[in-house]
Design a protein around this ligand. Structure first.
Ligand code: SAM
Length: 263
């Protein structure tokens, strides 16, 4: 699903359609049955991933946590440098072309600063990444290894048993800026299944200009999906939701648009 040069140069709308089609094809090839009960998966595979491929065009991707049923996610990222990490050695054969067996809390042992355009961590927070210190360490590492303007997608279950520490109390997350993910109309989106929630964070580009630090505003991707109503829901997928200071906002100063490299 890398996309040839012609696709990369195409207009964002053409790219959106192209990557939505390819994502649909990959999912259909590997998951032939309908997955009514898995709106969270559908949101990830058919909205989040294609939009990111189209608009962010990540060259370096890290996925944290790999289960057998998502081994085919490698196909989403063909032509890109894909790394996966999982602390369970038995998951290695489902990993990407470059796979590491280790705790997400140890990410900094493996990657230099400013390496990844995209970090996807779905179903790990609350599913093994549970100790508050490990959570802090892992999210701090994600921040460090992202390039400026890079995106962190965090998928988690908003149920008391699966939230080891409330996200708005995680200090290392506060370095990020919640990112307004246009297709889901918010910085956070709760799916209709399992209280599964996606949060989007960007590591802001900061440059010195005559000795002062300033934010470099990104270009705001506009939604081409058009399937969600004003409430952020199409009645099936779920809804956008608030989460303390991660509350979805229209482009407020706290959520100013996105990474510079989105187009
Ligand atoms: C519930 S599964 C979900 C993973 C998958 N990404 C998904 O989208 O469904 C959790 C996976 O994360 C791995 N995992 C949990 N805690 C981890 C940690 N602290 N470091 C690395 N991997 C972890 C588990 O071994 C397992 O493969």
């Amino acid at each position: 699903m890398g996309g040839g040069v012609s696709v990369i140069r195409a207009s964002p709308v053409i790219r959106d359609v192209y990557y939505q089609y390819l994502a649909w094809k990959v999912v259909r090839k590997h998951v032939p049955h309908r997955r009514h009960k898995y709106a969270d998966r559908r949101v990830l595979e058919q909205i989040i991933v294609p939009f990111i491929l189209s608009r962010l065009q990540p060259r370096t991707v890290l996925e944290v946590g790999r289960e057998p049923y998502e081994a085919f996610y490698n196909e989403f990222f063909v032509g890109r440098e894909l790394w996966t990490i999982d602390w369970d050695a038995s998951r290695a054969r489902f990993g990407g072309p470059k796979h590491i067996v280790d705790d997400a809390a140890n990410l900094r042992n493996h990657f230099p600063e400013r390496y990844f355009d995209l970090v996807l961590m779905n179903g790990v927070f609350g599913w093994g990444l549970n100790q508050p210190e490990a959570v802090e360490k892992a999210f701090a590492a994600v921040y460090a290894i992202l390039v400026p303007g890079g995106l962190f997608v965090l998928g988690w279950n908003d149920t008391p048993d699966l939230v080891p520490v409330p996200l708005d109390r995680v200090q290392s997350l506060k370095q990020f800026t919640p990112y307004f993910f246009a297709p889901l109309n918010g910085t956070s989106f709760k799916c209709s299944t399992y209280e599964h929630t996606y949060n989007f964070f960007v590591k802001w580009t900061q440059v010195t200009a005559w000795g002062t630090w300033r934010r470099v505003p990104g270009r705001v991707p506009s939604s081409r999906f058009g399937r969600l109503d004003q409430d952020g829901t199409d009645g099936r997928l779920g809804s956008r939701r608030g989460l303390g200071h991660y509350r979805p906002t229209a482009r407020s100063p706290a959520s100013p648009g996105g990474p510079c490299r989105f187009s």
